[in-house]
Design a protein around this ligand. Structure first.
Ligand code: FAD
Length: 596
C-alpha cells in the first residue's frame, strides 16, 4: 500500500481520486502487478505472464531487431521538480512545441524508434494495429504502449464489476467484431455454427430466428462477452500483438523537430513517476478510453468525511461484498442511474432477492420520463421511467443515413443531434421489463425522484440518507439504507484525462462542441499534423465530432479504417490499399488463422 500525498487516497487499493492516481487506471496495473511492477522491461521471447498464461511479452531480440534503441547517456537531464502538479516531471525540451531529436538523445533514458505507435492498448489500439497489419505493416513496425498485455483487460474488469461476467451478453450487434475487420462471419453465425457442431439445434435455431427476426419479431442478437474475448485472443495471436505490446504509461506527447512524435513514458505503477523510456514514432494513435469511474459530488463529500467506501460504491468498482451481505442479512439498496448497467445491477439484486426476500431496491432518479426522445417520426419507447434503445445509439449512426446526417451537420446542430440520439437508455430486454413490472407490483422495487443532500454512516453501520424529494409532496425526507450502488457511469471528460488534456493545452488546440478532442474525417487530431507525421485518436475522448458511436466496437473499427486508409493515401511505410483480391486473400488468411 502506498499513500497519495495529495488526497491521502490509498494508491495500491486504487482508491485515490487525484488526477495522478485515477483509480481505474491503477487497477490495470494492479491486475498485473507481480510481473509488471517488478519488471517493466522486455523479457526473453517465450516468457509468459503467469497471470494470463497467454501472452508472450515483447522480447529483447524483437526490440533490438525491429526498432532501433538508442544508447543513452548516464547523466539524466530531467528537472528535479515538475510544474505539472501530480504528473511526471518532464524534460526541459518538452516545453518547446517541437522537440529536437538530439535533445532527446541527451536525456539519459532509452529511446525507441518505430513507424507506428498506438497508446492505450485497449480495444481502440487493437483495432488500429489490426488494420495496420492487414493493410501491410509488420509487427516490428508497430508498438502498442499499455500497462496491460491483453487488449480487453480494462473492458473485462469493468464488465465484471458491473455484473456482466463472460457468459452474459453485451450490447453490440453480431457484425461488430473487433477481431474481424470484414464483420463476416459475425458472432451470430459463429455461435450458430458452434451450436450445430455440439448438436444443440435449439440454440442454433434461436440465434437464427433472432438475426432474421430482429428487431420486430425477436430481440436483437448480442454476443456473449466470452465469445468476444476468445475472438480477440485468436486475432491477437494471429497478428502478433504480443510482439507489439510494450509495457508503460504515456505521460506526454510532443511533436519532434524532424516531423515525428515523441511519447514520454513512465512505469505503469508510477503514474507520476520518472520518465523511463521515450518512444519516437512517425505516426501516432491514442486510444486511452475513459479516464476513471465517475464519483458524484455527494459521494465525494461523503468519502472526504471518511465515509465507509464499502457501502457506497460505483457499479464499475468491485462490489461483490454488497451482494454477499444482502444474501445473508437482506436490506435496502439504493440504486442510481438508468442505463444498461443499472438494468444488469437490478437483475443481479433480484437474483439475490430470490434467495433472501428481505432485499428491497430503491431506485433513485433525478427526473421522471413520461415520453421518450423523438427524432422525426421515430420516438423511443419508455416504461417505468426507463427509456429504451437497442444500442447506445440508433443503428443508422454506424453506417446509415444518421451517420451522413451528423457528418453534414454544423457544430451546433451536432450537439443537438447527439443529445436526441444518445443519452441514457437501456435495452428493452423482456426479462428486464418483466423484472421491473414484477418488482413494482410486489413492492420490493420502488422509484423515487430526488437528490441526495446528506449522506452519513450511522453507528449501526447503516446509511442515513437525507434527500430533497421531487415527488408528491415535495420536500426534505430522510431514510436509512444498507448500501448505495451508483450506476451513473464513467468519467468521459477530456479534462480528467491527463495525457490528452496536457497535449491540448501545450499545443493550444480547440476542443469540439462537446469539449472532446478535435478530429477530422480521418480521425486525425486537428492541429497535430507534423510534416508527414499524423496523429490519430479514437474512442470516447472524440465524442462530439462527425461520428456518434465513437465508443463502440464498430466505431473503433471505423475510426481505425478511416485513419489507416488516410495513411495508405499518404504512402505510409509498408501500407497498401486493401482492394478486391487483396482483401479476399486477407480474409482467407483470417479464416485460416494465418498471419496477415
Ligand atoms: C462496461 C462496458 C461495456 C461495454 N460494452 C460494449 C458493447 O457491448 N459493445 C460495444 O460496441 N461497446 C461497448 N462498450 C464501449 C467500448 O467498446 C469500450 O469502452 C471499449 O473498451 C473502448 O475501447 P478503448 O480502447 O477506447 O478503451 P479501453 O478498452 O478502456 O482501453 C484504454 C486503454 O488505455 C490504457 N491507458 C489509459 N491511459 C494510458 C496512458 N496514459 N498510457 C498508456 N495507456 C493508457 C488503459 O489502461 C486501457 O488499457 C462498453 C464499455 C464499457 C465500459
Amino acid at each position: 500500500m502506498q499513500a497519495c500525498s495529495r488526497t491521502n487516497g490509498i494508491v495500491a487499493a486504487g482508491l485515490c481520486e487525484c488526477d495522478a492516481h485515477p483509480p481505474d487506471q491503477l487497477l490495470d496495473v494492479l491486475q498485473y502487478s507481480p510481473a509488471l511492477v517488478a519488471d517493466a522491461a522486455p523479457r526473453r521471447r517465450g516468457d509468459l505472464y503467469p497471470e494470463t498464461g497467454r501472452f508472450h511479452v515483447a522480447s529483447v531480440v524483437h526490440h533490438a531487431l525491429s526498432m532501433s534503441i538508442r544508447p543513452h547517456n548516464t547523466a539524466s537531464q530531467f528537472p528535479r521538480a515538475s510544474a505539472r502538479t501530480g504528473l511526471a516531471p518532464l524534460p526541459a525540451s518538452f516545453t518547446e512545441p517541437y522537440v529536437p531529436i538530439q535533445a532527446l538523445e541527451r536525456l539519459g533514458v532509452p529511446l525507441v524508434e518505430t513507424d507506428y505507435l498506438t497508446v492505450g492498448g485497449g480495444f481502440g489500439s487493437f483495432a488500429w494495429a489490426d488494420h495496420l497489419r492487414i493493410f501491410g505493416a509488420r509487427p516490428e513496425q508497430i508498438v502498442a504502449l499499455s500497462p496491460a498485455p491483453v487488449p480487453y483487460t480494462r473492458f473485462k474488469r469493468l464488465c465484471q464489476h458491473s455484473q456482466m461476467p463472460p457468459h452474459e451478453r453485451l450490447r453490440s450487434n453480431s457484425d461488430a467484431c473487433p477481431d474481424n475487420i470484414w464483420g463476416w462471419p459475425g458472432y451470430a453465425v459463429r455461435e450458430c455454427w458452434a451450436a450445430l457442431r455440439r448438436g444443440d439445434l435449439r440454440n442454433a435455431t434461436r440465434v437464427l430466428w433472432q438475426v432474421f427476426g430482429e428487431p420486430t419479431f425477436a430481440e436483437t442478437y448480442t454476443p456473449r462477452a466470452s465469445a468476444v474475448y476468445a475472438a480477440i485472443d485468436r486475432e491477437a495471436a494471429r497478428i502478433g500483438w504480443s510482439q507489439m505490446w510494450r509495457c508503460g504509461r504515456a505521460q506526454a506527447i510532443r511533436k519532434t523537430a524532424d516531423g515525428r512524435y515523441v511519447v514520454a513514458c513512465s512505469r505503469p505503477d508510477q503514474p507520476a513517476g520518472p520518465i523511463d523510456q521515450l518512444i519516437v514514432a512517425q505516426h501516432l494513435h491514442v486510444a486511452v478510453g475513459y479516464p476513471s469511474v465517475r464519483v458524484l459530488p455527494d459521494v465525494r463529500a461523503y468519502q472526504a468525511r471518511g465515509g465507509d467506501r464499502r457501502r457506497v460504491v460505483n457499479a464499475y468498482d468491485a462490489h461483490d461484498h454488497i451482494y454477499a451481505q444482502l444474501l445473508q442479512h437482506g436490506g435496502v439498496v439504493v440504486v442510481r442511474g438508468r442505463g444498461i448497467v443499472t438494468s444488469r445491477i437490478i437483475q443481479r439484486l433480484d437474483e439475490v432477492r430470490r434467495q433472501n426476500s428481505a432485499v428491497r431496491i430503491l431506485h433513485l432518479l433525478q427526473t421522471p420520463i413520461e415520453s421518450g426522445h423523438r427524432y422525426g417520426r421515430v420516438q423511443r419507447r419508455t416504461a417505468h421511467h426507463w427509456e429504451f434503445q437497442v444500442f447506445n445509439w440508433p443503428k443508422a449512426c454506424w453506417g446509415g443515413e444518421l451517420r451522413a446526417r451528423l457528418a453534414q451537420a454544423s457544430e451546433h446542430e451536432r450537439d443537438q443531434l447527439l443529445a436526441v440520439w444518445g443519452g441514457t437508455t437501456t435495452a428493452e430486454r423482456a426479462d428486464w421489463v418483466e423484472l421491473i413490472d414484477r418488482g413494482t407490483r410486489e413492492g420490493w422495487y420502488q422509484i423515487r425522484f430526488g437528490e441526495i443532500q446528506r449522506l452519513e454512516l450511522q453507528s449501526d453501520r447503516t446509511l442515513l440518507i437525507g434527500m430533497r424529494d421531487w415527488g408528491a409532496p415535495p420536500g426534505l425526507t430522510s431514510f436509512c439504507a444498507d448500501a448505495i450502488i451508483d450506476c451513473t457511469g464513467l468519467e468521459s471528460s477530456v479534462d480528467r484525462q491527463s495525457l490528452l488534456r496536457e497535449m491540448l493545452m501545450h499545443y493550444q488546440l480547440q476542443r469540439n462542441s462537446r469539449g472532446g478532442v478535435p478530429i477530422d474525417d480521418s480521425f486525425a487530431v486537428v492541429g497535430m499534423a507534423n510534416g508527414s507525421g499524423r496523429m490519430y485518436t479514437s474512442g470516447v475522448m472524440t465524442l462530439g465530432g462527425a461520428f456518434a458511436p465513437v465508443d463502440s466496437f464498430l466505431g473503433l473499427q471505423y475510426a481505425a479504417l478511416c485513419s489507416v486508409e488516410a495513411l495508405v493515401a499518404q504512402q505510409a511505410p509498408a501500407l497498401r490499399p486493401l482492394t478486391g483480391l487483396r482483401s479476399l486473400r486477407q480474409w482467407l488468411a483470417w479464416a485460416r488463422g494465418a498471419p496477415p
